[in-house]
Structures are given as structure tokens and as C-alpha cells.
Design a protein around this ligand. Sequence first.
Ligand SMILES: *Cc1c(COP(=O)(O)O)cnc(C)c1O
Length: 389
Amino acid sequence: MISYGKQTIDESDVESIIEVLKGDWLTQGPFVEKFENDLNNYFGSKYSTAVSNGTAALHLTALALGWQKGDIVITTPNTFLATANSILFVGATPDFVDIDLQTYTLDPNLLEEKIKLYLSRGQKVKAVIGVDYAGGACDWKELRRIADKYDIQLINDNCHALGTSYYSSKKYAIKYADIVTQSYHPVKHITTGEGGAILTNNKEIDNKLKCLRSHGITKKPEKLNENHGPWYYEMNELGYNYRITDFQCALGSNQLKRLDEFVEKRQFIALKYDNAFKDNDNLIIPKVRNYIKHSYHLYPLQIKFEKLKIDKKKFFLKMKEKGINLQVHYIPIHLQPYYMKKFDFRSGAFINAEKFYKLEFSLPIFPTMNEKDCEMVIKSLNEVCDGKS
Ligand SMILES: *Cc1c(COP(=O)(O)O)cnc(C)c1O
């Protein structure tokens, strides 16, 4: 069975972990700091905090930015649940803005309209989380302009877009957003098993994140109210255990070295798919703006099922029979029963995201896919489209 995503682990990855296992530190040792430095070098951030997963990265972001009950935080419905759940973790109020069908990300025009609507009711939007869907990028120049104009915190949930270029820069994420969150789950571009990080250029926020990552504990003399001796620590804020292990970070550093190579392989497969499907009127290949170099965490293909003799569910099952396990990214978050019940979101509220969900399937794409796998996917998909099987 060939699936939509998979990690790439080689002998050097295995060795990088074994080396750490034989050493003195298994957690919070030198490899955590090394990985954080490597992330800063690659992504252009001043500081980063590696944590146990991408969801923890989002949760700590919400805490460090001070979101609380009554604060309105806006994101896209076309993302993984964790993006929006991070708003709920701290008791703030989530809202959504529909996607633009050119980038499949937050539509800046609709965002500005929504901010103005809140203002007209005497309410201020606290923060916006943009999500660089599939390996494309949001319209960050516009999002930054809006964030500055209305004094709004701007976050990039960057989990899909490691190695993406925006206006020729792979360091774009922290250039535009105040905080960038990443995940290193095995389906993402690079992996640490479970893992994630928060990138920022703000030292104060970074200090807060590092404290919150480990129970809210600090030993820094300048932060202490009292000091009973060398063993003494204080908790001045409520934190969590969101630490990542040293051996995971050794793996992360080794994977990061190969990120560009991984992205090139993904781009190669995407080009094959593009060429195979671009002239088929029943299919819409992922659109990419000319100022973006897509990194293809996903290959989201839209299929016009109403023109085919087969519906989405049957299509999925037929592909599975042929050994291809498709996925769908994403079920719009506002349609999740929890969100509908708690916040009164309705079906039809964000029509582009809903339309996209109806048409979208993510095709298999990962660096170890070979040309034969790729051709098999293309052939199977064409056969199922044509009703030949
Ligand atoms: C994967 C992902 C997350 C969550 O990351 P985990 O490491 O699985 O917790 C959050 N947001 C987006 C957009 C993701 O793709």
C-alpha cells in the first residue's frame, strides 16, 4: 500500500541517534541546543525552542503571546485541527476567514473585512494564524500589512512549508510573522519522530517559551523572587512538560541537512503529476503563484466528481483497491461537531474551504517514491476517472 506521506530515514540518521544514546544526556542535553541553532541558521530566526510536537508548539505560542478568555484569534478552516485547538487550549475565541482558491490559504481581503466588522462592534482581533497549506505560502506581504495596520499578532503555522521559497527566500516565515511554528511528525518534510519548534526574533518571548516548555520553572538568578541556594528554582507561571529528547534532536539536525534534497525530490514528483493531469478538464492541479517555490508537503489534486460517473467515496475505495491510500486535507474545521456546537458555526459559512474539501484528494508524495510508484499512481487515477476499472 502506498500512502500520501512517509518519512525518509537513512543509515546516517540511525547513527546520529545511536551516538546520543551512548552518551550522558538523553533529554535536554547539547543536541537540543544544536538543533535549535541549526533551525535558526536554516530559517533565519534569532531564537528557537524545540518541543515535543507541533501541537505543543502552537499551545506554547498561545501562552507566550498571552491569549486568554475573550481574545479573538482568527485562522483558516483549511488546516489541521491543532491550529485552531491551540486557541481553545487557552480559552480564547476562535474565528475563521475563508480561503482564496488561488493559494488555498487565508484570503487577506476577507481577513481585513472581518477585522473591520469586529472593530465596528467595538471588538479587537488579538491574533491571526496563517497556515502555509501543502507547501505553498500565504500572501505574507498582505498579512503583515494588515497585522501592522490593526496591531494584530501574526503567527505562521509553517508545518507544511519547510524548504518553501517565498520571493526567493527560504527564510520568509520569520521575516513576516512574529512567531513561526513547525512540526517534525513523520509525514512532514523532516522528522524527529514526534517533535516541533517555535521560531521567533523576540528574546523575551523565547525566554518565556523555554520556561513554559518545562513546567514554567526558572533557575535564572535575575528571575527569582528568593534564592535558597544552588538547588533553588521557582515557578512563576504555569507550564508543561513539552520537552523533546536529545536523540530526537540529533535526528532532526541530521534530517535538516537533507531538507533541500527532500524538497527537490518532492518537486520532481509534483512535476510528473502536473504534466500528467494538467490537460485533463476533470482535474485541477495545485496552483502555484510565480513568487513561490512550492515544497509539496502535499499534492492536493481537485477532482470534479460531478463530471465523473463516480463519487468521492467510491473514488477513494477504488484507489485503495489498487494499493493507493489517498488522504483528504482538510475537513473544514468549522464543520467539526465540537466547533459547530460550541461556537455556532454553520455549513455554508466558508464556501471556498467547503468546496475545496468536496473536490480535494492528496496524492502520495514523499522523497523515497520512485518513478514506478509515481507512474502507478497516475495510471490508477486515470483509470478510476475513466470508470475503466
Ligand atoms: C502536523 C500539523 C500540526 C500538528 O503537528 P504535530 O506535530 O502532529 O502535533 C499543526 N498544524 C499543521 C498545519 C500541521 O500540518
